[in-house]
Design a protein around this ligand. Structure first.
Ligand SMILES: C[S@@+](CC[C@H](N)C(=O)[O-])C[C@H]1O[C@@H](n2cnc3c(N)ncnc32)[C@H](O)[C@@H]1O
Length: 452
């Protein structure tokens, strides 16, 4: 059965304006401004000859050179990863201490020992930083800052990160006493539904919240101006919509398709059932959107709550997402202990080994999530790419790091591979079909010609 969302019919014109791909001039202006505020140089975003926009080198890069550090626009740690890693809800750096990271994970996973009271006591001490592990000070982490709204779901590495996230989106999505949502109960229901079905809905909610908050900020500034001019008339509906468009601008730059149209067909779904599978996905998105509306609906931003926009935001993540990965300092810590000289290692192991044993093989799980990066998401695919997303030792937060994997000369397009490029032509094509295109890079053309 088709789902009907009245907002889609009521705001069809506004929705089409929000979803219109930006003109080359808008793209140019937006990325030029981003280059100035984020201080990146060496690359440019501009139209390609064949498929929308792309990223081009503005200087020469040697192999392994850093091409770009891209700060995410909206990102999230996967809900399932929150037990394993305590990270800043804004920059995704690990926080607390080695002791908190280990103690918290063991405690939350119930990995204490039912038979060993002395181990459990130590675990309790570790959790509360009353037991210091040997050499842990060599791996210092920023302290834990609570959410200003009082929820116990998100923590930060600094007051500035806490404030930045609050202003950016968390004030609407916080379940604490200071929340600016319409109802904490409705918000908790939305979050629970996302955690039980697909946590990509939380990312979409963040994208909508940050647009609403940006709109409110723009409107407040505009109202102030009007006040100054002693104009008593309220801003017209049309004017409000232009502010909403401005608030939406960063997301308008992302390549979009509706989630239910672009999501890959799972292996266990037969092609003959494709239409019904896509309809189920659409229903799921509708269910989630209704819960989100009960939590944060803003009457002045109604088009944002249409199913069309919701589906396109989620689709944008599906098509542009780069995994958010931050390596765990717990791994570095245990590697360091393992490398100690034999005599000292024996002594230290007495304290550390029981914890390592309790953690088991997953002792060093990374922070894992999904994020939208404004510039990396403009990079087109090649099966013979000249760049790759790769975190170096010093990259300790959620920014995307793009390194050259071949020399790149000024003017050349910077490309990455969306898939495992070591696969055969047919396998690569099958995977790229999920992104909705057939690759025509030089390697594909050559390999295809060789087959014929
Ligand atoms: C992450 S976006 C890349 C930026 C995109 N060109 C834009 O204008 O925003 C991915 C989309 O770009 C297009 N694309 C990327 N690489 C391509 C390629 N090698 N051949 C054809 N289309 C490609 C596809 O439409 C793909 O779904």
């Amino acid at each position: 059965m088709e789902v009907v969302c009245p907002i889609d019919a009521q705001f069809a014109h506004e929705i089409s304006l929000l979803l219109e791909p930006p003109s080359p001039l808008q793209v140019q202006e937006y990325f030029d401004q981003l280059a100035t505020t984020k201080h990146f140089d060496g690359i440019q975003v501009k139209p390609t000859n064949d498929y929308g926009k792309g990223v081009y080198a503005d200087m020469d890069f040697e192999e392994e050179d850093l091409v770009l550090k891209d700060q995410m626009l909206v990102g999230m740690q996967h809900s399932s990863n929150k037990i394993d890693c305590l990270v800043c809800g804004c920059c995704f750096r690990f926080i607390g201490s080695i002791e908190i990271q280990i103690g918290r994970k063991l405690y939350l996973q119930g990995l204490g020992s039912p038979k060993d009271d002395s181990f459990n006591e130590k675990l309790e001490l570790l959790m509360h930083e009353k037991l210091e592990l040997p050499h842990s000070k060599k791996f210092p982490l920023p302290g834990v800052i609570n959410c200003p709204g009082g929820c116990k779901e998100v923590y930060y590495c600094s007051k500035s990160c806490a404030q930045a996230d609050w202003d950016f989106c968390h004030s609407l999505l916080c379940t604490g006493e200071g929340s600016k949502s319409l109802s904490n109960k409705a918000l908790s229901k939305f979050i629970q539904h996302a955690n039980e079905t697909n946590d990509i809905f939380i990312l979409a909610a963040k994208a909508i919240s940050c647009t609403i908050l940006k709109y409110r900020k723009l409107k407040a500034a505009c109202d102030k101006e009007k006040q100054k001019e002693k104009e008593k008339n309220h801003l017209s509906h049309v004017h409000n919509f232009s502010l909403l468009l401005k608030g939406w601008e960063p997301l308008s730059m992302g390549y979009k398709r509706r989630w239910w149209d672009c999501i890959a067909l799972p292996d266990d779904v037969d092609v003959s059932d494709e239409a019904s599978f896509r309809m189920q996905i659409k229903h799921l998105a509708f269910e989630s959107l209704e819960l989100l509306k009960a939590a944060i609906l803003d009457e002045e931003c109604l088009p944002l709550f249409s199913l069309e926009i919701y589906g396109n935001i989620i689709g944008m993540y599906e098509l542009n997402n780069l995994d958010l990965v931050v390596a765990s300092p717990v791994e570095d810590y245990f590697l360091y202990i393992d490398d100690l000289l034999e005599a000292e290692k024996k002594e230290v192991d007495e304290t550390t080994q029981p914890f390592l044993d309790a953690l088991g093989e997953h002792y060093s799980v990374c922070c894992q999530g999904t994020a939208f990066y404004p510039i990396q998401s403009c990079m087109n695919h090649s099966c013979s790419p000249n760049a790759k997303a790769f975190k170096r030792e010093e990259d300790k937060d959620g920014q995307a790091t793009i390194l050259a994997c071949k020399p790149i000369t000024k003017g050349q397009e910077v490309t990455i591979s969306y898939i495992d490029e070591d696969l055969e032509l047919e396998e690569r094509r099958a995977l790229l079909a999920d992104y909705g295109f057939i690759c025509k890079c030089a390697r594909c053309v050559e390999e295809e010609a060789a087959q014929n």
